[in-house]
Every structure is written in structure tokens, then in C-alpha cells.
Design a protein around this ligand. Sequence first.
Ligand SMILES: [Zn+2]
Length: 113
Amino acid sequence: MVQRIVLTDDQRKALYEALDNQQTYTEMADLIGVCVDTIKRILHREGIREFDGAKYAVSPANRLNRLNQEQWDRPCLKCKKRVPRPHGHWLCPKCSKSNSGLWAGVDEDWLAK
Ligand SMILES: [Zn+2]
């Protein structure tokens, strides 16, 4: 089995900053210490960035799991408000919707783990 890399909060923030700074995936991969392909998977899985293609698609079983997922109220990465939302959603629904540009296309569904 492939080992799942779990991002620390610091790593996650670093990735968001890297995206803001329009750094390359190679640079982001170096930040985390993984290969480029892995960084793309992580970005996708974390809902930080969405990629086209079935390669990164989530299985139907995982989709079902999301429906029963636990909630959390961590401060939103943007507005810092504690809004209850599914575990793994780093932005509150409001910020998630108001995002554009780099953030565009990140479906609520993908923000879940
Ligand atoms: Zn917010």
C-alpha cells in the first residue's frame, strides 16, 4: 500500500502560501518532501487545488464516506471564524464560495478529506 501523507497545519499553510505565490509544483513538492505527482494528489485530496482527470478521482466508496463525515469548527483559513463544517473543510462555506482565481473550482465536495 502507498503510505498516506498527512499534512501538518504548517505544511498546509505553506502550500496555500505557495499557491498564492504561484510557486511551481516542484517547489511545493520540495516543501513537503514528496515527488511532484504526490504533491498534486495531496493538493487535490486536501481540496486545495483541483485537477482534471480520473487519475485523481475519488472512489464512490470515499464519496459515500463523506456523507457521514464528522464536523469540526476550526477557524476558517481566511476569515478565522469558527463555522461548523465537515471535517477537512479549511474554509468556511462563505469564504469557500467567495473565492476566485486560484481558489475557483474547488467544489465543497473536494474540500472534504
Ligand atoms: Zn471564512
